[in-house]
Design a protein around this ligand. Sequence first.
Ligand SMILES: Cc1ncc(COP(=O)(O)O)c(C=O)c1O
Length: 962
Amino acid sequence: MNLFEKQTHEFARRHIGSGEAETRLMLRTIGVKTVEELIDKAIPSSIRNPKTLYVTEAVSEAGYLELIQQMAAKNRVFKNYIGQGYYDTITPSVILRNVFENPGWYTQYTPYQAEISQGRLESLLNFQTLVSDLTGLPLANASLLDEGTAAAEAMIMFFNQKNRDHEHVGVPKFFVDHSIFKQTHDILVTRAEPLGIELITGDFAKARMDETYFGAIVQYPNAEGNIPEYRSFIRDVQTVGGFVVMATDLLALTLLTPPGELGADVAIGSAQRFGVPIGFGGPHAAFFAAKEDFKRAIPGRIIGVSVDAQGNRALRMALQTREQHIKREKATSNICTAQALLANMAAMFAVYHGPQGLKDIASRINILAHALSNGLAELGFELIHEYFFDTLLIQMKDPEKLRSIAEGRNMNFFYGENGFVSVSIGESSTQDDVLDILSVFATYSEQDEVAAFFDYDHHGEIIPVTLNRSSAFMSHPVFNTHHSETEMMRYLKSLENKDLSLNTSMIPLGSCTMKLNAASELIPVSWPGFSKMHPFAPAFQWKGYEQMISELESWLCTITGFVATSLQPNSGAQGEYAGLLAIRSYHAAHAQQHRQVMLIPISAHGTNPASAVMAGMKVVVVKSDEDGHIDIQDLKEKAIFHKNELAGLMVTYPSTHGVFEEGIKDICQIIHDNGGLVYMDGANMNAQVGLTSPGFIGADVCHLNLHKTFAIPHGGGGPGMGPICVNEKLKDHLPGHWTHPGVPGIGAVSAARYGSASILLISYAYIKMLGSQGIRQATAYAILHANYMKSRLQSHYPILYTGPNNTCAHEFIVDLRPFKVQAGIEAEDVAKRLMDYGFHAPTLSFPVPGTIMIEPTESEDKAELDRFCDAMISIYQEIQDIAEGRMDRIDNPLKNAPHTQSVITADVWNHGYGREKAAFPLPYTRINKFWPSIGRVNNTYGDRNLICTCEPVSSYADGVAV
Ligand SMILES: Cc1ncc(COP(=O)(O)O)c(C=O)c1O
């Protein structure tokens, strides 16, 4: 390589942690000569794709930024008054810089390890508190994927609540008011069909409810901008035993009576307009708030308050036993990755503005909308609705004429059916904007003069008197303190400091692929050319996005060995669901709709069976053999037994045990021979890219977690993207969207056509900067690093399940179960002790209870891998000290871990080991010490005393237990 070629390929050596000398040392430890020899040993030859992968040439980082800038310039960002769930908002710079663009926030993992996650847990608790306060409902979760899917989650929760005691569905109907957002309606249709739910769409004011309805949805304010009075409708639904979900707008709720006070059971919506850029559809956090009665049924993650080992207030994820990873096919939702980073941004927006600031923003919007309505009336236009918050609806004789005038002035309105046009005002709208909008309408009606009167005192007569909010909200000090930028910056930093992120140390979570999220990949996401695009803007305005999306789709097809990609699913589990619907639709198209049995190995991730049930399938579990591999005999017997109703198989590859199973091609063949299709869970694609592919192996469809293999950061539990790639058979069964009619396929699975479109840029950048060679090399190094760590650890710890030639794929499982007998030490003790060594634990007790699964990824360097191995070996020695009686079985550094600064520096120290051993167990911890901010959290206490919103300030007082 000459110096210029070297620059072109520079990103590979920045993304991949180990250099040549380190590689040689690692190979020596493993006992092989070259990386290729290791790959040959690890991947069975029948699975290796002999063809060299070609996707794209690599570009340098600077070259990439130039190229993507040109692409951004192809997007034409107009003033957007489209609304319909996506509104102009102003991201405060202090939040943009310190959260959205800050690896200390965006590289965090889901806060399963509460002791090193208190910062984001506090922020998510703030999110729940603001949602609960604004909706007037006592319980809220810490985000869902988007407004449309949140509505569907509510529908399914009600459905289960009403029908759970019945063998068969007894109460099948769900009422949908016709004035909800179109995308929400479409998702409800998709979700309802496989479960046998009958959707009845109509006008809520004329609906006649009876006992066959289990629930209803209305929108407030609705898609037309109107603010209807729902109280008596809610009572009617509840009188017949049904439940009501209100889709709503948090900003409007600062002025409107909250859903809880109107009697609603659930409120859902999007928190996008709390400072989160539109981003061509996402990512944004959806919210979900409910009455107490639903506390064990609410989908998604809930943050709760508990205590730590010293009795101090401690936050953690509550009620985990409801989730799909425990409940599998009995789960009521498949939500895993959600939108934590965006929920944090929305929460911080509320913290920064406070209740009065939010009310001011809402009132400004309402004043502008009012002025616009008066101006339009002056021009002779008749508004359809008397009451509104931000959106005005007008029926136009010639909407196309209006569109052409508006687009000529770089403005977008929403053009519905039958000539209805709506205009939605956002936070960034100004008085001049109102005059500009009026002048478009004046030109349309051939008038010259426009005038607007701004009622600065905001008398609010455009909100019905009976729906004016009188209750206070967000009175907690956290929303009333951090209003200066200095205070806000420090608050953000203080929370960030409590959390261990990738900018502290490696996060070796098996199955999660916590790799580098490079700055150059992330930077363009917040550029206005991408971040301000509305998902319903006309196609001529998003040519840059179009190019990026079509290139990415074709690269993902090549990488997976398939022919078509849908970028719509916005998480891995949503990809599973979409892929299974594609299989279902394929069978139906071949008059085989009775094929509804999905075989799923016992070792599968909990989302697999949960998604299968959502797609209307019956789960049949396949056993594992003694080596942890799929029991092929059992699989064969079950496939043959269910041959007439077999829909397919869901399989993860390499297996969830981190092994390239040799029998995978035979497994695919067995399924095909019995009329089924193969769904491959792509969570482990980081071990496949460039070496093999789901298509080559014989699968029919797979999802890709772009937030694993393709560098989207985990954001503390989202955002993510879970596109699906399919073969010829399934290419006409991909999710559709109303913005793109006439394409064969299934219904919509996400609110926006390309899901959380703006973060696709990250995966695009990853592939573009690494190029074909680089992405293959990344896979090879992921496998090298895992095998190196396995080699270092195997003389201390039993490694559970290995593949051909005693190798692993890109991850491996360390069995900790023997230590329970020997020393009373459990996997959780090791996980907590690793915090004292400055590390986040590997994946705990998945897929095998009592084990940890380590996935180092290619991005770490050898020195970091060694530090982690040293920590594990040192912990092994501590366990031996306990087992051999040199240390107490109860009072030891593992059982007492993690050790906080206040425990270490307390005047009293009553332990049989020293403070130094507790806090500085290896020399490197003296140079770079990460302090867990609380001691070990008590989960049981928190679940028994459920508190999911910010508690009174008294409970925060020093050392006081809640
Ligand atoms: C094997 C496997 N499948 C599916 C999923 C679900 O993906 P997501 O969290 O994006 O919904 C995960 C998530 O960790 C996983 O590890």
